[in-house]
Every structure is written in structure tokens, then in C-alpha cells.
Design a protein around this ligand. Structure first.
Ligand SMILES: [Zn+2]
Length: 136
């Protein structure tokens, strides 16, 4: 038996998937943050975005875009959050690459906002710029 929940779902057969192709499937989240919260899941096991192949990532995000549009068209969502978490500290519960598509409504329950109020000194910003720059 497969210990990865998403691989187990895939192996069991995903007849109830909202969408399926060779690379990905899309299902309703079992523990939705909002009405219509779906998961875009890769068929090939990768622990997270960091280890999934670029073609798989590109395809999965294109599907997330389609489902985000569907949330607005069919569920009257007034916004959509598209999220992939990497690691437990980021809230990744299942270590298999997946993307959350969470429709948002004016009186929604699910809050996901950045405060953007962390104090960073100019020296720290200069150091961060060096650490994260990938310019040649
Ligand atoms: Zn898996």
C-alpha cells in the first residue's frame, strides 16, 4: 500500500476527479478553506514544487489558471488564491506536489493576507539582495 495519500488516490482510480490527463488530476479538497476549493495534483510523485519537473509545474499552473477562471465563472468567486506550499513550516500537509485553488468571496472565511510590516534595515535589504540575486 502506498503511504503517500495522493499517490494512493491516484492508484485507487480517480473516477471522481473534476479533471484528469496524463500528468495531473484535479479534485475537490477534502478539507476546504472555502466553497469550491480544489487541488491540482501531479500524477508523478514529487515532494514539492522544488522537485517536480518544470513541464509538470507549468502544466499544473495552467490547470490552476483554468480552475481559477471556473471559480469566477461558475461559483461567482470575487477572487481566487492560487497557492503551493513547500515544507511543513509553509503549511504543506501532504508531501506530494499540489496546487491549491481557493475561490474567495466577499464574506469569506479563509484569510490569507500578508501584513508586509516586517522591519528590515537597509543593510539587511542589501544583504538579502545579494543572497537572492540570480542575475549573471
Ligand atoms: Zn505521492
Amino acid at each position: 500500500m502506498n503511504e503517500c495519500i495522493f499517490c494512493a488516490i491516484k492508484d485507487k482510480g480517480i473516477g471522481n476527479a473534476l479533471y484528469e490527463d496524463d500528468a495531473c488530476f484535479v479534485i475537490l479538497d477534502k478539507f476546504p478553506a472555502e466553497r469550491g476549493h480544489v487541488l491540482v495534483i501531479s500524477k508523478v510523485h514529487s515532494d514539492s514544487l522544488l522537485t517536480a519537473s518544470d513541464p509538470t509545474i507549468g502544466h499544473a499552473f495552467a490547470l490552476a489558471k483554468r480552475f481559477a477562471a471556473l471559480c469566477q465563472e461558475r461559483l461567482n468567486a470575487t477572487g481566487v488564491s492560487v497557492i503551493t506550499n513547500i515544507g511543513k513550516d509553509a503549511g504543506q500537509a501532504i508531501p506530494h506536489f499540489h496546487i491549491h485553488v481557493i475561490p474567495k468571496y466577499p464574506a469569506g472565511q479563509h484569510e490569507l493576507r500578508y501584513n508586509g510590516r516586517l522591519e528590515i534595515t537597509p543593510d539587511e535589504n542589501a544583504e538579502l539582495s545579494k543572497l537572492l540575486s540570480i542575475r549573471q
